[in-house]
Design a protein. Structure first.
Length: 116
């Protein structure tokens, strides 16, 4: 497997190993830009965590995941079509790091203290 290495790599590997269940249940995600992991891997994480992946953001999409160093000048007009649609629909724009943080936080919140 070829993987881009960045600051999010370790967190993504941990998420794959820990099987976080329904950390994203009821949430809808779309992706734009190049991420630290292959798009298919991120889609797999979304679905394994109970979320739904949408190729294009719609009115019901909760989050658009993009890279932290998105270059507004790289696209004619300054923004990708997905980014424009997401903004028009009130979709929250988050970084790949924030996406992983959401999963980790949900997993931590679901840990039951055995009271030892």
């Amino acid at each position: 497997m070829i993987m881009r290495i960045n600051e999010n790599t370790d967190t993504a590997v941990v998420i794959e190993i820990m099987e976080p269940g329904n950390a994203l249940k009821g949430k809808r995600f779309s992706i734009t830009g190049h991420l630290g992991r292959k798009r298919d891997d991120v889609v797999k994480i979304i679905e394994e965590c109970g979320g739904v992946f949408e190729k294009q953001p719609t009115y019901g999409t909760h989050y658009l995941i993009t890279n932290a160093d998105w270059n507004a000048g790289a696209v004619k007009g300054g923004k990708s079509n997905k980014l424009r649609k997401a903004e028009a629909n009130g979709t929250k724009i988050i970084s790949e790091a924030k996406f992983y943080e959401m999963i980790m936080q949900s997993a931590e919140d679901s840990i039951v203290d055995p009271g030892f």
